[in-house]
Design a binder for this molecule. Sequence first.
Ligand code: ZN
Length: 865
Amino acid sequence: MLDAQSAAAAPPVIRREDYRKPDWLMPDVHLEFRLDPARTQVAGRLEVTRNGAHNRPLRLNGDGLTPLAVLIDGEPQADAWRMDGPDLLVDLPGDAHVVETRVEISPEANSQLMGLYASGGNLCTQCEPEGFRRMVFFIDRPDVLSRYTVRMEADKARFPVLLSNGDRTASGDLDGGRHFAEWTDPFPKPSYLFALVAADLAANVDSFTTKSGRPVKLAIWVVEKDLPKTEHAMAALKASMAWDEKVYGREYDLGEFNIVAVADFNFGAMENKSLNIFNSRYILADPETATDIDYDGVSGVVAHEYFHNWSGNRVTCRDWFQLSLKEGFTVFRDQSFTADQGSAAVKRIEDVRLLRAAQFPEDAGPLAHPIRPESYMEVSNFYTATVYNKGAEIIRMLHTMLGPQKFRAGCDLYFARHDGTAATCEDFVVAMEDASGVDLTRFRLWYAQAGTPRIRAALSHEPAGARALLTLEQTVPPTPGQPEKQPMPVPLRIALFGERSGRAFEEERLVVLDGERCEILFEGIAERPVLSINRGFSAPVIIDAARSAADLAFLSAHDDDPFARYEAMQQLMVDTLVGAVSTGQADHGPVIEAVRTTLTDPALDSAFIGETMLLPSEAFIGDQMAVVDPVAIHRAREALRRDLGGQLEGEWRDAYERSRANRFELSPQAKGARRLRTIALGFIMASGAEDAAGIALRQFHEADNMTDRQGAFGVLANSLAPERDVAIAAFYDRFRDNGLVLDKWFSTQAFSIRPDTLDRVEELSRHPDFTLANPNRLRSLVGAMSGNQLVFHEAGGRGYRFLTDMLLEVDGLNPQTAAKLVPPLGRWRRFDEGRAALMKAELQRMLDTPGLSKDVFEQVSKSLA
Ligand code: ZN
């Protein structure tokens, strides 16, 4: 509970139902930036028009700004304006005026990385969601769209490159070694899509011709020495442009498309119109420094930001409650793109693993919210796995239920209707309904209700009548503010397999469970059927089907849906581990046999085998239990790993040898082989074989790519062998000048299961290369530690205290990033009383800290409530 004092200090709650259309519109704006890292002058010239009949003043949002001048229609004003908290209120007599303001800001002092800030000596902006108001007094809300012209001036030697949205319309030299550029963006946009960059960077330049013949100049800007690392991003950009034309009929709409990579960035990347700004980890890749996962991250994020040009920019969001309108849809689009580029099955497995790791716990905890939230204190806290990843699942369900053609027709209608405007989730659903003729009334509940539905599935067989009856029952758990839930339409892809024949009885069915309960009859089922359900993970739900180990092993070997095969193996492993933790008794036999079958199946590709062999995470096992016991879970999981390693040692060694490559390639086959190789290495290590650490160190030293090197490093980091210290030192020496690789050096150690990991993490927090100012570095140490269930939950609460100390320090610099560290502590209800009390005490310590940001306040107060 909040005590009275904290409650009094609580920031106001913004509610979706309070939405009101803007009082003023701003069709044209002109901005002037006199750029300098210490003191930048910003002038805004806003052509405002009264929107409807009212006499309210013009409210211009500000955040930490002091007006140096306010002009109305060219006349300086002394009395026509006043401050209201951070905002500027201007009284305007008529219905249309030109309002000008001037402020001064200091980019180099901006540690929040919102608004205009300095990174690596360059200047860049981040405006979503409310960073624009840290640069200029403005109507900073997404439903006010303006045409922008921008003039930038800067020192030419220091900032030779001046970029903003749209097309460059003028540029030239000025006195005193300065120069200027002017940019015009013909597309009306909200302020959150504005960007500018003043930098000393070089570009990888390329081109793309759209399907209607429009040439587009593509440029990826990075520090010059990193140019060779931009090829993969460029290829991904071109592939994305072509894919959006082919699959969604969407063309690019301007003459240039710029991407800028910066080292300091709060999120992954930002879709500013024609000037995407990226966290450099999602641009730079070469074999020496990037893993295959990094390569996939680059192409996925490049695609995501590019796809936003339509799903986000051409059609934007009316208000921040609609965030999933652009994010859920765009994640679905980037997932589909990646699936089309490589292995769709592996991509689906990875996406579901992420959903379960990040979103299911969120949906089951104190921060649960629907994909379209009802209220917030700080909108930055709602860039969540729910809005993004569950949001994508909800779009995917529409795709599944309507089928690809009607889904595409719905998208076409949505874009046609809402192009150039700010829309709502409701608009999207209506377009889908109108184009398909399908009634989505009940489907809308997916937007409104939080919590992961649970589906109980029971299959009975009547051999005499050759019939099977499947009973499905749905419950949606209560979540904060939503004690009662209605059942939602749940599309489930279902098949039955003959236990003896190993074949499916009929074509897969799509069953939509549209109430609390339904029964489905299958006929012609002569032999005992085995149930394959939620194939392809057709709905973001938890299935409780109580299948035997034998049935799961059968499906893991015979199901013809690759996701379902993976899922059966996971379920078998989870059941085994949960059983071991709760009874203290483990029967590893069925898992070992199922793993053997998959590992030696010549028809399967390595990537799929690798995915299937991964043991469920400790956190995921904990999610299945009434009270999480991190130590028991860890022991049970390591015992299974040891047994798998020992009993299948020969098979792992075979897999290890056959996955050895002669030279580096990025083909799906080569990536799959590298994946399986390191997984096999982990099991060889777990077997306790004497030569294991030596094999790992050899892989570490001989690797010609980061996937193999990092893979071996990860295996060694967990070990007590002396080779571990050799690898730590060698890795550091080799990569000490590469920030992105150093992040791996930190995170790999923080993820270690060694008993001294917390000591090491504390030591690393004092390492000269550690800094709280860079979000990637912070996450690589503190984020990784708090994701290491065994270590974070060490009895005594040292992990909790470390996290809290760090978080409070970061909050003074960068509240948005600090707030993202809160959720692991918010899981206290899931742990034993001792740990729960320690976790709560740390949350309370945060709440009692004077000057806490509203970002952290919101997360902490909700976590304690
Ligand atoms: Zn996005």
